[in-house]
Design a protein around this ligand. Structure first.
Ligand SMILES: [Zn+2]
Length: 295
């Protein structure tokens, strides 16, 4: 089965380009969507970021690092980039990224803004016109005991209501939901108000299920521990949801483990679903390459 990892980053968890490609080879991953994750200095959690921003310096994941990887292995990486919608040049930058570097994904967006604010809507509508899907990271503002500085908590994107409003306002743009603040809504309960990654059986009829039904531009990025946590809460429910919406879920990692694929193996899913999940949906979501970057 050909696999596309629809969510990963450069310089992450001690991996450089060479180790990243070796890891993909070992796990049978043909291509990776390599996403930037640019944010103002005071918005990312210093404990969760370890990427190069300049020789010897660390910070959020800058697009130029994705480009370095693309140069190293042009056939193995799909470029993602997301400017900050608060930047007056955001759309100019996105257009340049698409036209000059063949960027095919807008992501990862991980910012302390509500994603349905007018500047964000403007940028995401532009992405829709270009056929570029948008990957969004959501977190609610949970306090971490003892953490006071630079922030008392790390919220991103707003909540599920902001996401639904965005889906409604940008019907031509395909969005990928991701991260704890999104996945908590797999279940029809209020655990999201107090717990980052709730566990336990899923109560059917949650917001994710209802939004999948209502918005054909909602896709789901199954990457990260938050994705695996949500999908493993209730395997029978997961299987039903997968088979009801086979065109909407994408395989992805956001790390270098094989944990999601190992779980998927236990579900005994039909071959045509797996073809879509592992690569078909990811391929279908991408716009054609404008100019091949680096051959
Ligand atoms: Zn994320």
């Amino acid at each position: 089965m050909m696999k596309i990892d629809a969510h990963n980053h450069p310089d992450f968890a001690g991996y450089d380009a060479e180790r990243h490609v070796q890891n993909m080879d070992k796990l049978g991953i043909a291509k990776t969507w390599l996403l930037s994750c640019e944010a103002p200095e005071d918005e990312y959690n210093p404990r969760s970021r370890n990427c190069l921003v300049a020789p010897g310096e660390y910070g959020p994941t800058l697009f130029f690092r994705c480009l370095e990887y693309k140069r190293y292995a042009p056939d193995r990486f799909i470029l993602g980039y997301a400017p900050d919608p608060r930047d007056p040049a955001a759309i100019v930058k996105m257009r340049k990224a698409i036209n000059t570097y063949s960027v095919q994904v807008c992501g990862e967006v991980k910012l302390r803004i509500t994603y349905d604010n007018p500047d964000a809507v403007d940028l995401f509508r532009f992405c829709g016109e270009e056929g570029v899907p948008v990957t969004l990271h959501f977190d609610y503002p949970y306090r971490r005991p003892g953490v006071e500085f630079p922030r008392r908590h790390y919220w991103y994107g707003g909540g599920i209501d902001n996401f639904e409003n965005l889906l409604r306002q940008c019907p031509e743009t395909n969005f990928l939901g991701h991260a704890p603040g999104f996945w908590a809504h797999i279940s029809n309960d209020n655990l999201w108000e107090t717990v980052s990654c709730p566990k336990g059986p899923v109560i059917p009829g949650g917001r994710i299920e209802r939004m999948l039904e209502k918005y054909s531009n909602l896709y789901i990025d199954c990457s990260a521990d938050s994705g695996l946590n949500a999908l493993t809460r209730d395997p029978e429910y997961t299987k039903k949801l997968f088979l009801t919406y086979p065109d909407r879920f994408l395989y992805g990692r956001d790390h270098f483990k094989n944990t999601l694929a190992e779980f998927i193996d236990t579900l005994d899913l039909p071959e045509d679903f797996l073809e879509k999940f592992y690569h078909g949906n990811a391929e279908r979501l991408l716009p054609p390459v404008k100019e091949p970057a680096f051959g």
